[in-house]
Design a protein around this ligand. Structure first.
Ligand code: DAH
Length: 339
């Protein structure tokens, strides 16, 4: 019996050494150590041995089994290490290969104008305010002294979510929100998207952007408004830019005005950009109406203020020489790359 075990051991060791891969090694394991393996069969048949032989044979089989198991494991590890080594050799990275170019974009012209305007007003001590685009009609209209029968409130002009919830038609709604939340002095600008029920063409879009400005303090006058806008126009459109006021009407300001800037392309002589006028319409503005101050909890006897609001697209188009507003929304990289 001992002889037989020793032969099995010898054969198994040779086969382990001769195994060419992991699968073959596993075959060897099954052949000798598996449930019906040659060594296992001997252990199972121990009942037929004499009581003296049993412990000797038992311990020999166990020793051989452990030895074979160790050898198989060693061989497995060697195969695994070899596999990893081969993989590393085949998968080496050539760090000198030229990389794929990542093309970096740039800010959209609308964003560029907004950032530029923000910088200018932050430089004058303003804070940036924010408000919801889905807005209560009361902030967009009522508190801003715009009565229910005002034409701007027509369903033809404004997007209604319900009777009293709308998509804001102007960033002026943020004026009312800020005045309700903050005590004067107030000095804010608010850039953001606004919505109007307009069809798309070269100068109209149902979504566009405005920047609102509001200053409330003691003794604020129209001169402060004019000085501020003059400074803004010079910083935004060039040091030579002039500003002029024309009388106008807005429900939330009294007096109200529209402000034009001298054409920053021709300097006022008349050209294609200003359509021969020498002036470009820039924004609406005025002194905050006492009713608006009252509606927002500010005493008009103690405080006064000015406000202004303008379209960002209009400035972007004039400044960058863009003649069709739709180009700003098409996201054509060939167009956007130019700015
Ligand atoms: N909200 C006005 C519009 O959309 C623009 C405007 C005019 C804003 C006068 C103002 C203002 O703050 O005082 O046409």
């Amino acid at each position: 019996m001992q002889e037989k075990i020793s032969q099995i051991r010898q054969k198994a060791l040779e086969e382990i050494q001769g195994a060419s891969d992991l699968a073959k090694l596993n075959d060897v394991r099954i052949k000798y150590l598996g449930k019906k393996g040659e060594l296992t069969v001997i252990l199972r048949g121990m009942g037929s041995l004499s009581p003296e032989e049993r412990p000797v044979v038992g311990s020999l089989v166990n020793k051989v089994r452990d030895e074979l198991e160790n050898k198989i494991q060693e061989a497995e590890k060697a195969f695994e290490a070899k596999a990893i080594e081969e993989k590393l050799l085949n998968e080496n990275i050539d760090v000198t290969m030229p990389s794929k170019k990542i093309s970096l974009g740039s800010n959209h012209p609308i964003t560029q104008i907004i950032n530029n305007v923000k910088d200018i007003f932050i430089g004058m001590g303003y804070e940036i305010a924010d408000g919801p685009e889905v807005e209560l009609a009361t902030y967009n209209f009522d508190k801003l002294n715009t009565p229910p029968d005002h034409p701007a409130r027509d369903v033809q002009d404004t997007f209604y979510v319900t009777d009293d919830i709308i998509l804001r038609s102007q960033t002026s709604s943020v004026q009312a929100r800020v005045m309700e939340m903050q005590k004067p002095p107030i000095k804010i600008i608010c850039p953001g998207a606004v919505y109007r029920s307009d069809s798309v063409d070269a100068t109209h879009s149902p979504v566009f952007h405005q920047i609102e400005g509001l200053v409330i303090d003691k003794n604020i006058s129209m001169a402060d408004l004019k000085g501020t806008l003059d400074m803004f126009a010079k910083k935004c459109l060039g040091e030579k830019t002039q500003i002029r006021f024309r009388p106008h009407h807005f429900p939330f300001t009294e007096p109200s005005a529209e402000a034009d800037v001298s054409c920053f392309v021709c300097g006022g002589k008349g050209c294609r950009v200003c359509k021969g006028e020498g002036w470009i319409e820039l924004l609406g503005c005025g002194m905050v109406h006492p009713n608006v101050l009252k509606n927002c909890g500010i005493d008009p006897e103690e405080y006064s203020g000015f406000a202004f609001g303008f379209g960002v697209e209009r400035i972007a188009m004039a400044k960058f020489g863009i003649d069709d507003m739709r180009l700003l929304y098409e996201n054509d990289v060939r167009f956007l790359k130019q700015f």
